[in-house]
Design a protein around this ligand. Structure first.
Ligand SMILES: [Mn+2]
Length: 195
């Protein structure tokens, strides 16, 4: 079972994450930030991940950052250790381009080699005209993605443009989900090699 269940508590936040990489896209999300709930539910749906995220805390920046940490660790754990045959057999690379009305987002990921460590890097190319979208600061979006990439040990490239910030960010989360879904799949030919 490629799953993980993690909890993290600090003076600032309490975050719990349950992840199944081989799910159906169901989610139960409660972060106290409505727009972020919407993004994580979208992420689960389009990545076919089963995802539970329960988070609370003092400031939205801390909550989003700490979800990035725990979700990243959950991906790392669910993928398995370097010794695991399943970790060695993942597709590893994935990308997706997703439009949403006038907006478009691209995402490409590298989940790393067999060791599963060492290639964490984030490139985020998207400008936001507005500081706020719904109940979230737009600066938290690149921060979330780079925190997630660091703790999962992934390389993530994001590029997006558009007029509507809600659409742009939603397209980013969909593209990230689809790229990660593709990259986390098991490659039968790699599996055969490790037998
Ligand atoms: Mn929406």
């Amino acid at each position: 079972m490629r799953t993980a269940r993690l909890k993290r508590s600090t003076k600032e936040t309490n975050v719990g994450v349950e992840l199944n990489l081989d799910g159906t896209g169901t989610s139960e999300i409660s972060t106290t930030i409505k727009f972020f709930d919407h993004m994580l539910a979208t992420f689960a749906k389009h990545g076919f991940f089963d995802l539970v995220v329960k988070a609370e805390g003092d400031l939205s920046h801390h909550i989003i950052e700490d979800i990035g940490i725990v979700l990243g660790e959950a991906f790392k754990k669910a993928l398995g250790t370097a010794e695991s045959a399943e970790r060695a057999a993942i597709v590893r690379f994935g990308s997706a381009t997703v439009p949403m009305d006038e907006s478009i987002a691209r995402c490409a990921v590298d989940l790393g080699g067999i060791s599963g460590v060492g290639r964490c890097y984030t490139v985020f190319k998207a400008d936001f005209e507005k500081d706020l979208v719904e109940d979230i600061s737009t600066e938290n979006i690149p921060h979330f993605i780079s925190t997630f990439a660091t703790h999962a040990s992934f390389t993530i490239h994001v590029w997006a443009r558009g007029e509507n910030e809600h659409h742009k960010i939603e397209a980013i989360f969909k593209a990230l989900a689809i790229a990660l879904d593709r990259a986390t799949r098991l490659e039968e030919r790699k599996k055969a090699k490790s037998r």
